[in-house]
Design a protein around this ligand. Sequence first.
Ligand code: PLP
Length: 435
Amino acid sequence: MWARPSPDETIPIIRIDGPSDHLLMTVCNGAKQHVEQPLGITMAGDLSWMEERYAHLEEQSLLWQPPTLESANTPRCTMDGKPTIMLSANNYLNLTTHPKVVEASIAATRKYGAGSGSVRAIAGTMDIHLEAEDKVAEFKGVESSLIYSAGYTANVGLIPSLVQGKQDIIISDELNHGSIIDGVRLTKAQRAVFPHNDMGAFEQVLRENQDAERKLVIVDGVFSMDGDICPLGELTALAEEYNAMVMVDDCHGEGVLGDGGRGIVDHFKLQGRVDFEVGSFSKALGVQGGILAGKEIVRKHALNHSRSWLLSGSQPPGVAAAQKAAVEVLMDEPEHHARLWENTEYFRTEMQSLGFDTGVSTTPIIPVMCGESSVAKGLSNAMLKQGVMAGAIVFPMVARDKARVRTQMSAGLSREDLDEVLRIFESAGKEVGLI
Ligand SMILES: Cc1ncc(COP(=O)(O)O)c(C=O)c1O
């Protein structure tokens, strides 16, 4: 039954009948809301504040107006009714349409149905989920892995389970992804942020906080706005010296960095030294879902304590089968990974020789630095008019004077595609006065 509400009391908002098992008790604790009016009386809310906020965003040209794809998200796609070359997708290996991935998804949907019918913890774990997890662990050379519904939910579910309170500290790179920031916000631990990739400053934070009970260091492996890499070897060595746990978000490194795309831990040969590797199926692997890889105890812990895993329906079987197939493709067909890097080197070199500034990138995320946001938007629009989707990244995603057009390479881009893109970049770059 629902706890009896009254006009002015704080009540639990979660249903509290049923078996008071560990999970339900965890959910109920702390989940409270203040009731403003007697239940039973319904009153439409005043949403004028929403109209005001929306108008404010519109005034500042900050509204998201996402274009619509009418085809698969492949390097040659159809967007808003026009043939378009896609340079803004995370589909690094072009696996979204790989026949083995697509067929696996269809076959599993036929066998198991469209949905899993439950959360993983209760009745939603299918053999196909476990097979996908085993495949990830095999590929990454770790003891174990756990799949979440997304990279976002892996971060917001895992991070709060790793610290307890004020006696602990989380130490983050200033450019960490928003999903890490959200995960950190869900904890009561102390927080410290060090300047981007600055290992001197990082060590100073470690030194100043060496008495904290648990120390958790969190970094992105590949930084998604600049395409540069965390110096994970140096960072891990320092963390070991100060007895800190290390978590790396390798969402843009999985399928991209390391031997055959095994990720940043493989790239720096740090196997067994990084405690928590988080990744995503929604980028190079071309599907959807979050990955946690590490020791068996990490899987067991996360499975019992990540609220985003415990409290949300498990992935449809078609998705789980596609995840497993995507990892198999990566293991069996190394040519996609090799092709991604060929395209990356070619495009970066040619862009630089046209006179573009590609920033500090060393990965398939290649920004075209523009400075002012108006220049970035102008360049992106000029590209789109000529059939190339390359999105502008402006404040507040990056500093006001560091606006850029961000391009992302894909193994599916042919040399002809890239040459066409280069020609269009040259003409659009001249049009906006960037080169
Ligand atoms: C660095 C990083 N971490 C986490 C995520 C979230 O991944 P997912 O799309 O699987 O939720 C993203 C995606 O934008 C990302 O770029």
